[in-house]
Design a protein. Structure first.
Length: 471
């Protein structure tokens, strides 16, 4: 106990008493995950305001052998930023490290602290006449450090890539409290091992990201949104190919939603629009961005929709004619997770597949789950353009959440076995955290796991960085 007391005293000397939180009331907001599935315990929650603070904390953690759990906005979905139940770790909350350090509109880069809220970065870029394209449901509360730690995706991956593709440089504090300054705004830098890519997606298990140089893009002259209806996922894949052939890089969003998804949204949020009078098997929300003009975007979209109708790829379509209508169509997509949460518990899967396999995967896995758990509901939606499905399973009518969740391991096994069989990944954009650690060990090859453990051992030999996550 003396070691913990000495450690906390050192932290108070560094941060001040008000930023070393130890009472249950003060630490509670940092200890429960975004979906309220698990509440951990912590020795303390530490709130640094500078890179030097972070370095000092990690030196102290190394000295006293205190595990540290880095945390941004705590919006993760795989228990990656929550401590375990032991109560020996500290949570390192980076929300005070939240500044924008520089914005270079000529180089099209923005340099930010890791605790900067994603929406704040979007707004700063917009004010400078630029676009920061990373966009996801939690953008008002998630931080760029968390986005980088999980290599977050979002709705614009089809055009701009994951967070990894949007990052040029990093600043990282090692477990030993040393600061690696790799904040270089270079698009070409072939000088050895790419340390940046090593830390991106590592979920805080190798070090603490404290700053980043992110890419900016020109703002599009216009964005046009449409919702298309079709019978099957196979039709949606054929529509994707047609849209890519017709529109090229102008196609920035292509979101698949099943009929049951929109049924859930209609039940839970009746105030949202219902674009079609009759139900269809599948829907695709697509968005085009034009660097020329709104007229060009409209012409391109209408020609593509016309070709899809002529080829009988779609049964119907609506094109938003105003910003309000566009926002209404996007709200249908964005409210699917909210509708699920209000309807009850469900078992979530964040998976990726070769795009060409998605229709077959859905057909085979739907059938396997129906045989094993008759009456279960499939809430399937996601970023079809980059092969990422949120393939969620809801209980049959009348079954309690508790009884249904007792089947979680069996349902996960069915879904993940199919994903593996189709050459996919059990985590597309949420990460592994503690939730999928056992599954990772099942589906990764022994050599991959051995190499990952070697990296972990080399950079964090005392295993103080987010222990129990990923490996």
């Amino acid at each position: 106990m003396t070691d913990q007391t000495d450690f906390l005293a050192a932290c108070r000397d560094l941060l001040g008493d008000t930023h070393v939180l130890t009472s249950d009331a003060d630490t509670a907001p940092f200890l429960t995950d975004w979906r309220d599935r698990f509440t951990g315990k912590a020795l303390a929650v530490l709130r640094p305001a500078t890179v030097e603070h972070v370095a000092g904390i990690l030196r102290a953690c190394t000295q006293w052998q205190i595990p540290v759990v880095p945390q941004g906005g705590n919006t993760g979905l795989v228990l990656g930023s929550i401590p375990d139940a032991a109560g020996t770790a500290v949570v390192l909350s980076l929300t005070r490290l939240n500044g924008i350090r520089a914005l270079d509109p000529v180089n099209r880069t923005i340099t930010v602290d890791a605790g900067c809220i994603l929406q704040t970065i979007q707004e700063a870029a917009s004010a400078a006449g630029c676009l920061f394209p990373l966009s996801l449901a939690a953008e008002g509360s998630c931080t760029i450090g968390g986005n980088l730690a999980t290599n977050a995706g979002g709705t614009a991956v089809l055009r701009y890539g994951n967070t990894r593709e949007l990052c040029l440089g990093l600043e990282v504090v090692t477990p030993q409290g040393e600061v690696w300054s790799g904040l270089r705004g270079l698009r070409k830098d072939n000088t050895g091992y790419d340390l940046r890519d090593l830390y991106i997606g590592a979920e805080g298990t190798l070090g603490v990201i404290t700053g980043a140089v992110m890419k900016l893009y020109p703002q599009p002259k216009a964005c046009i949104t449409a919702l298309a209806a079709m019978p099957t996922p196979a039709h949606a894949l054929r529509l994707l190919s047609l849209m890519q052939d017709h529109c090229g890089a102008s196609l920035t969003g292509f979101e698949l939603m099943s009929q049951y998804c929109l049924q859930l949204v209609a039940e839970q949020f009746p105030q949202l629009p219902r674009p079609f009078a009759e139900a269809h098997g599948q829907y695709v929300l697509l968005e085009l961005s034009s660097s020329q003009s709104e007229a060009h975007a409209v012409e391109l979209l209408e020609a593509s929709i016309g070709a899809a109708l002529e080829d009988e790829l779609i049964a119907d379509a609506v094109v938003a004619s105003s910003v309000a209508q566009s926002e209404g169509l996007w709200q249908l997509r964005e409210h699917i997770p909210l509708a699920q949460a209000q309807a009850g518990k469900n078992i979530k899967h964040d998976i990726s597949l070769p795009i060409s396999c998605i229709a077959d995967f859905i057909s085979v896995t739907d059938a396997a789950l129906a045989r094993a758990f008759p009456g279960c509901q499939l809430v399937c939606f996601g970023h079809l353009g980059d092969g990422n499905l949120h393939y969620n399973v809801a209980p049959p009518a009348g079954m309690t959440d508790q009884d249904f969740l007792a089947n979680q391991d069996a349902i996960n096994r069915i879904v993940h076995d199919q994903v593996h069989g189709f050459g996919g990944s059990i985590s597309a954009e949420h990460g592994i955290g503690a939730l999928k650690k056992d599954d990772l060990a099942r589906y990764k090859s022994p050599l991959e796991l051995q190499l990952m453990r070697a990296v972990k051992q080399a950079l964090d030999p005392q295993n103080i960085m987010n222990p129990g996550k990923i490996l």
